[in-house]
Design a protein around this ligand. Structure first.
Ligand SMILES: [Zn+2]
Length: 407
């Protein structure tokens, strides 16, 4: 029975968004949280970009050490052999290769450099290069698929399949699909190519989540798996893309969704801390009315609502906040607070870690961790979180790589 999986692209589409960015340490924490949440894959970066190398190598090491559970780490490249060749030495095993397929983009972006058949040819060469390089899963991205002639899109996807691709990514790059077109077009594509389909939908019309979910249904109804591309808190190019938590909630609790199973071992208890971490790391507040994790998601004031919620929460709540890892009360330190960071010393470090239940075997190790903590804080320029501190002490060798960007 076909199933729905999640490929989170916060560390790729999210970070390439205008005006916002994540430090490599923060990207690493996002990967760890996504793994804890149980998503199928994190599209964790750009393996042809030199400033990503150390971060990507270290995260692949973390995965090899078991820190990422069963989550895969996938890279994003343009569908050109040059990008794929640059990615191979990193040891990435999963790649998505992207090229535009709409006449709009072929005509007005490639401007004669490529036509429809050359687009197919470039893609085939890139897929062949990835296969020869030992890439285990290859996704081929049809950029602007939603505005691509369906006959040509199927032809393109069939060529990708013949070349050895494992999935086709249907990109609603400018967010112009509606639930009706997303469903019918993805179903037609899936029936035509018989490859699992990825949904990559943007929110220019406010319908990224809806389009992703119904697009996935189209794929499943055609008998293939669906892989929804999401970001944490819906961050992404322009108006953003499909919010991870909203998509999961829609499939778990939406009306009529019973026969569309999620294929990943999703642990929703991670949802709230992941949303808050990403909000703080990007410096973007979570809207008060955000699904599941907004401050008002479980708040009731008006007479009829408060009365109803107090009598039986199901009167006004579709699902429980505890499910998302939201506690009834949260403890915050008041009065004297000791923190550690860029200018911290040994006593503060030992105190902070002891509060996390961690001690150091000797002073040399503590000195090493102190230095990494200082670098980490110099790198993120935000107070270090408990999970960041735990990560630094647990994986110092990988953290050292993550904090190193050599021009
Ligand atoms: Zn995108």
């Amino acid at each position: 029975m076909p199933k729905i999986h999640f490929i989170d692209v916060t560390n790729r589409d999210g970070v390439q968004t205008a005006r916002i960015s994540l430090a490599k340490l923060q990207k690493s924490l996002v990967n760890l949280y996504l793994a804890e949440m149980g998503v199928y894959q994190s599209e964790f970066g750009f393996p042809f970009l030199k400033h990503e190398y150390n971060y990507m190598r270290a995260n692949l090491e973390l995965a090899a050490l078991g820190a990422m559970g069963s989550m895969k780490l996938g890279g994003w490249c343009r569908a050109i052999t040059r990008d794929v060749e640059a990615a191979l030495p990193l040891g990435v095993k999963h790649l998505n290769l992207s090229i535009s397929t709409s006449d709009q983009m072929i005509t007005h972006k490639f401007q004669g450099k490529l036509d429809r058949s050359r687009v197919v040819q470039e893609m085939i060469e890139a897929v062949a290069c990835a296969r020869e390089g030992g890439i285990e899963t290859i996704g081929v991205n049809a950029e602007d698929a939603s505005r691509t002639d369906m006959g040509y899109l199927i032809e393109f996807a069939q060529a990708a399949r013949t070349a050895g691709a494992h999935r086709i990514r249907y990109c609603d790059t400018v967010g112009g699909d509606t639930p009706m077109t997303a469903y019918s077009r993805v179903k037609t594509l899936a029936q035509g190519v018989k490859l699992p389909v990825e949904l990559h939908c943007h929110g220019d019309l406010g319908m990224a989540v809806a389009n992703s979910v119904v697009g996935a249904l189209g794929a499943l109804d055609a008998g293939v798996d669906a892989y929804i591309n999401t970001t944490v808190n819906g961050i992404g190019e322009r108006a953003g893309q499909a919010d991870l938590l909203s998509c999961i909630l829609a499939i778990k609790f939406g009306a009529g969704m019973e026969s569309y199973p999620i294929g990943d071992p999703i642990n929703l208890k991670t949802a709230a801390k992941l949303a808050r971490y990403v909000s703080s790391a990007f410096g973007i507040p979570i809207p008060i009315n955000q699904a599941g994790v907004g401050a008002n998601a479980f708040a009731h004031e008006s007479g009829i609502h408060a009365d109803g919620a107090l009598k039986d929460r199901r009167n006004y709540e579709l699902y429980d906040y505890q499910l998302l890892g939201i506690a009834e009360e949260e403890i915050t330190d008041t009065g004297r607070v000791i923190t550690t960071g860029e200018y911290g010393g040994m006593a503060g470090l030992k105190y902070v870690y002891s509060r996390l239940g961690m001690t150091f075997s000797n002073d040399e190790t503590a000195q090493d961790i102190l230095e990494l903590v200082q670098y980490a804080n110099a790198h993120t320029q935000l107070p270090l979180t408990d999970d960041e501190l735990r990560f630094i002490a647990r994986y110092p060798e990988q953290v050292r790589k993550i904090l190193t960007i050599t021009p």
